[in-house]
Write a protein that binds this ligand. Structure first.
Ligand code: GLP
Length: 253
């Protein structure tokens, strides 16, 4: 494989780590492997993430599929999370993010995102679990990584067996995400797949880039497996892969 600085498996678990020289080679590897599995019909239900990390991934993915006339018409997508109380057409919502970066460019069969505007949020969280289960579960779940170790909006302290639920955002997450809110208040709550929901996916791929993620990447892989660092739960999964660029992997090279 091209441009890989280090590739290894953590011995106690099945977690597979790939560190790439450049972001470009990381995203190109992520895309090639996704298209391979989509073409062979290995995946029909794909779990998607948002955040800066995924902007580039979705750009590359949509450009490639437009150029190669690749159809997603048999694929369903399930997003990890959404803010509570932000209208779907607000530019800060994850509904908007997904439409803008991906859904308006490819022909997915259907796409699901948790509903953060329901009158009964608990009911909509349960309905989301039901939607995933009735489709037969998620084949591959993509994740980003918060600098406090959150996955989706599962903040430190979230039980590893949690299902889709309403989460209180950590102060650090509110601070981190405020750049997207242009001076407006960041919501304090979100609806997110739980860690248990994420661990049910057949395969998990976490992408992290940039120096700001290097410390939490090291803690995720080398610290003890505990709820204080939600991403350490990935070490309990049989088929999880971490794709890192040189900067994010700098403390474990
Ligand atoms: C956000 C999202 C996560 C995302 C993470 C990293 O708060 N809820 O799903 O993976 O933080 O975001 P970024 O890629 O912008 O660093």
């Amino acid at each position: 494989m091209e441009n890989i600085i280090r590739e290894y498996k953590k011995s106690e678990t099945g977690i597979h780590i790939l560190i790439f020289e450049t972001k470009k080679s990381l995203y190109s590897q992520a895309m090639t492997s996704l298209f391979k599995s989509l073409s062979s019909r290995e995946y029909t239900n794909v779990g998607l993430a948002t955040g800066k990390t995924y902007e580039r991934f979705y750009d590359i993915l949509s450009n490639y599929s437009i150029k190669n006339k690749f159809s997603f018409s048999k694929i369903s997508s399930f997003n990890l999370d959404e803010y509570v109380g932000i209208p779907n057409d607000d530019t800060c919502s994850y509904h908007y993010f997904m439409r803008n970066h991906l859904f308006s460019k490819i022909d997915l069969k259907e796409s699901f995102i948790p509903d953060g505007n329901s009158e009964d949020l608990k009911k909509s969280a349960m309905a989301y679990e039901h939607q995933i289960a009735s489709h037969g579960g998620i084949d591959i779940q993509y994740l980003g990584l918060g600098i406090n170790g959150h996955i989706g909006f599962n903040e430190p302290g979230t039980p590893f067996d949690s299902r889709t639920h309403i989460a209180e955002l950590a102060e650090s997450t509110i601070r981190e995400n405020s750049v997207y809110f242009d001076g407006n208040q960041v919501p304090k709550k979100a609806i997110t797949m739980g860690i248990g929901t994420i661990l049910d996916a057949k395969r998990i791929v976490l992408i992290a880039t940039g120096e700001s993620k290097s410390k939490i990447v090291k803690q995720t892989l080398d610290g003890s497996i505990e709820e204080k660092i939600p991403a350490t739960a990935l070490r309990l999964h049989q088929d999880a892969t971490l794709l890192l660029d040189r900067d994010a992997g700098s403390l474990i090279i």
